[in-house]
Design a protein around this ligand. Sequence first.
Ligand code: AR6
Length: 173
Amino acid sequence: MTALTLVRGDITEQHVDAVVNAANSSLLGGGGVDGAIHRGGGPEILADCRRLRASRYGKGLPTGRAVATTAGRLDAQWVIHTVGPVWQPDRDQSELLASCYRESLRVARELGARSVAFPAVSTGIFRWPMDDAARIAVRAVREAAGEPVAEVRFVLFDERAYAAFETALAAAP
Ligand code: AR6
């Protein structure tokens, strides 16, 4: 059984096996969580990302997919980069957002990670409404979690995000 836990805080300060990054398809960094992870983890992460661009992802990492790099100086072994969809009010992209969580967990399981920390993918610069994103995240993680992942920790930056995930977890415990 995988435990789903919630903490309010900064994802770069978590001690877990794998930290998930809300990246963009360039894999070359950005603002929000992405900026914080690269700042906290240092240049080794970007060096790994550049190698991935040069080898497997010349056209970028597609939305909904995930790939791992070193975690550099973070207190983790790996960063798993995933690319969430940009919110579009007239288009249902729920499956793509769910895919970020499923694919990140697939990569985590392949790596042998026992603990994985997720941010609320797509809810910042990509503008996805928090309550809806929380429901999709909890459902997808419940479906995709499993051995050897013993803990999936949602790390929420503010009270509003924490409350949304608390509600989503309570609705589907
Ligand atoms: N720890 C935990 N959560 C955080 C942190 C942090 N240190 N910083 C922000 N959040 P975002 P996105 C929350 O914008 O919407 C980048 O430029 C934030 O409050 O980081 O998927 C990438 O390169 C929000 O709830 O990711 C992409 O271009 C959530 O994390 C783009 O942003 C996600 O916000 C991705 O946008």
